[in-house]
Design a protein around this ligand. Structure first.
Ligand code: ADP
Ligand code: MG
Length: 453
């Protein structure tokens, strides 16, 4: 045969790799040794009988084909066991960095769910959305600067972050500075205080895109406005992408210098309007789907007709309904949605962690301070878990905030408590009664302080 053993083996393995999946190759072929390769026989050693017989049963013809294509002649493949071969631990699969990971590396955070695919497009946001897509496809060339404006909760930050997602997804090395205007102002002030203005300028100018959320805050800070003007010009002249958002169009931002207004207007100015009914329905469906909830059509249409001007509130309504359903154990149907959203006093709108604590402490006859302590005794631990569950269902506090409230526990403890109670409540009638009782106590306390409508 014209091939040496050393030449045969890598080519043989390469050929196998063409025909089977990488994971299978790694598992079955990475610990073999070639004993001999001639025109008459290819002899391969496996580290144990299990691998040997598996190869024999599943991969014999793959191996014979590979041997044939390397040798140019078909030869039988035989397997033997060589127990001196040590099995190498599998290499961990290469980790692929997500856009959120890439953002974090560059020092900013984006919400992993604020993507274009999670953004519902309708007449109220079509232009803003299209402009962001165009920028994500070819930054710095089409709309520069892009100025998005609209009132609170209409998706400005979502679109900005979706643009970052998309850019980092396709160009992992693309440099972005994404920050709130307040952060920009703070950064600038601290650069002045530390005498690091040069480094500050450098940082902001060495970027491929600058995205600043809520630039209305710029109007409060005269010197920052001046600095921003220069940063803006430097980036703009270098054809770097700039995207800004604000609660008002450039011309209506009071105390904004005229030269800034004209810079802001020089590209595309796009407004986000409150969504139409159909868009609200589609957004609610999307949000429910993202949270793995199934809400009936009548509940969705009910919410879409009640909440009309702010998308964050649409989401809040889902949280309220689901929270209400969780604590009462009732189905999240139309009747419950009505109760949760607007029957005076029953909306649970204003439940606070303090009220939850008090209600639970009273019910279990324990002290509020004990629930908030680090004590692990069961008589305290269970009421504390109930508190965490209710705080998660009924308030908008983050897991970290809730954990902080209960003796400085971390978010995983809160998550655990919440899911444990939720699971238990599915089958435990006693717990259902307890939750029902506490819910009605909380309703009473929130109705006594409800504002007249
Ligand atoms: P803004 O920055 O304008 O105040 P956000 O971008 O924070 O608003 O949006 C508020 C919430 O509404 C976010 O949770 C966002 O995901 C959601 N949202 C806004 N517009 C849409 C949309 N068109 N589709 C899906 N979700 C949206
Ligand atoms: Mg925002």
């Amino acid at each position: 045969m014209g091939l040496s053993t050393e030449e045969f083996w890598p080519r043989f393995l390469e050929n196998i790799q063409l025909h089977i999946r990488p994971q299978q190759f790694q598992t079955w072929f990475s610990n073999l040794r070639l004993q001999a390769a001639t025109d008459e026989l290819v002899l391969i050693a496996a580290p144990n009988e299990f691998i040997e017989s598996w190869l024999h049963d599943k991969y014999l013809s793959v191996m014979e084909d590979a041997a044939e294509s390397v040798l140019g002649k078909r030869a039988p493949v035989q397997l033997v066991v060589d127990s001196t071969i040590t099995i190498e631990p599998e290499k961990p699969a290469e980790t692929v960095l997500t856009p959120s990971d890439l953002a974090q590396r560059q020092g900013f955070r984006i919400n992993p769910s604020y993507t274009f695919s999670n953004f519902v497009v309708g007449p109220s946001n079509r232009i803003a959305h299209a402009a962001c897509i165009a920028i994500a496809e070819s930054p710095g060339t089409t709309y520069n600067p892009l100025f998005l404006h609209g009132s609170v909760g209409l998706g400005k930050s979502h679109l900005l972050q979706a643009t970052c997602h998309s850019l980092l997804g396709r160009f992992p090395n693309f440099r972005i500075r994404y920050l709130s205007c307040e952060q920009f102002v703070n950064d600038f002030i601290s650069a002045i205080q530390r005498n690091e203005l040069l480094a500050f300028r450098e940082r902001y100018r060495q970027t491929d895109a600058l995205m600043i959320d809520d630039v209305q805050f710029l109007t409060r800070a005269e010197r920052s406005q001046e600095e921003f003007f220069h940063t803006f010009n430097a980036l703009y002249n270098a054809q770097k992408q700039i995207v800004l958002t604000s609660d008002a169009p450039p011309g209506e931002m009071s105390a904004l210098q005229e030269r800034m207004v004209s810079r802001f207007k020089s590209g595309l100015v796009a407004r986000l309007d409150p969504p139409h009914y159909e868009t609200r329905v589609a957004i609610l469906q999307k949000k429910a789907e993202l949270r793995g909830l199934s809400l009936s059509q009548d509940v969705i249409h009910f919410v879409a007709s009640r909440i009309t001007t702010n998308i964050r509130e649409l989401e809040g309504a889902i949280t309220k309904i689901v929270g209400y359903a969780n604590i009462t154990g009732e189905k999240p149907d139309l009747e419950l949605a009505r109760k949760a959203l607007h029957e005076p006093g029953s909306s649970l709108r204003s439940v606070t962690i303090d009220e939850i604590l008090k209600a639970i402490a009273k019910y279990f006859n324990v002290r509020v301070t004990d629930i908030q302590s680090k004590k692990r005794h069961k008589s305290i631990a269970f009421p504390r878990q109930l508190c965490m569950h209710l705080a998660r269902s009924l308030t908008n506090h983050s897991l970290e905030e809730i954990g902080g409230y209960f003796g400085g526990r971390d978010h995983s403890t809160v998550l655990y408590a919440d899911s444990k109670i939720r699971e238990q409540a599915k089958t435990d009638a006693e717990l259902q009664r307890t939750l029902g009782h506490i819910a009605s106590e909380l309703e009473k306390s929130s109705s006594t302080k409800a504002q007249p409508q």
